[in-house]
Design a protein around this ligand. Sequence first.
Ligand code: PRT
Ligand code: ZN
Length: 286
Amino acid sequence: MASLLRIALQKSGRLSEDSYQLFKECGIRFDYGTGKLKSVSSNFPAEFLFLRDDDIPGYVEDGVADLGIVGENVAVETGRPVQTVHKLGFSKCRLSIAIPRGVDWAGIQDLQGKNIATSYPNLLGTYLAGEGVQAEIHEISGSVEIAPSIGLAEAVCDIVSSGSTLLSNGLKEVETIFRSEAILIARPALDADKQALVDKLLFRIKSVQAAKNNKYIVLNAPNDALDQITALLPGMKSPTVTPLATEGWSSVHSVLNENEFWENIEAIRAAGAEGILVIPIEKMIY
Ligand code: PRT
Ligand code: ZN
């Protein structure tokens, strides 16, 4: 029987939409939605399992799933021996220590002998041990941010994204202990057939990510500034330069990393480029 890659995704939560979108952009179709526990793709040898994120590393370790998408925070906290295959760049957040706004903070040593509420006892415990701080860690599974106001703890250690949850609970962020984003995890030692499917999937994911980070640039350049302008537009190999109908001008096409584009755009314009078009790229194959 041909191999079927089993991929565990969060059923519904902060990782779900971007995970589904990623597979869509990779051209892999499957149904998901209310009540569905699993779904087989109609055009890729993969079966998707919809689970709670906390259970995904365990299912991947046990071989119920071959791959999974989780936050790095969950992968590290659960401590399961799974392999990180690729960082996916979405659901970025940080795990931070926060204390009531009115309390002074001189540094991590201030937590010596204090009570800290968190859903991440392992990550916090490792961090505090590394800093030589002995504190009482209270593991709670949700609404960590209310712990100081109900007298359960003097500090919290929780996931922060915009910071508004801490703010509205009268807390201030004082130390970031871990930075996280969604990652693709795999069961170590997959058989050759499954590994070949993982490689095929990874190739697609990398092409989608490269396309997102790059833009296709088209501009008109006076011929006497071509050397200067093309030097600012390295492209995948080198830029394409074709003559325009107007004497003394050329059209230059290239691909540029989005950050490089913003850094170089003033220099490109100053060199005489006109009619600059920046076009999104759907897939980018190296
Ligand atoms: O039901 P299930 O168990 O599957 O989901 P869950 O409720 O445990 O997880 P979910 O969907 O909330 O988060 C999944 C993953 O998204 C996390 O493990 C993180 O890797 C990542 N992520 C990104 C976040 C956030 N941003 C985030 N803001 N996870 C949680 N939060 C929470 C945080 O706990 C706090 O309550 O949002 C609040 C803080 O947000 P701000 O914007 O107010 O700072
Ligand atoms: Zn969860």
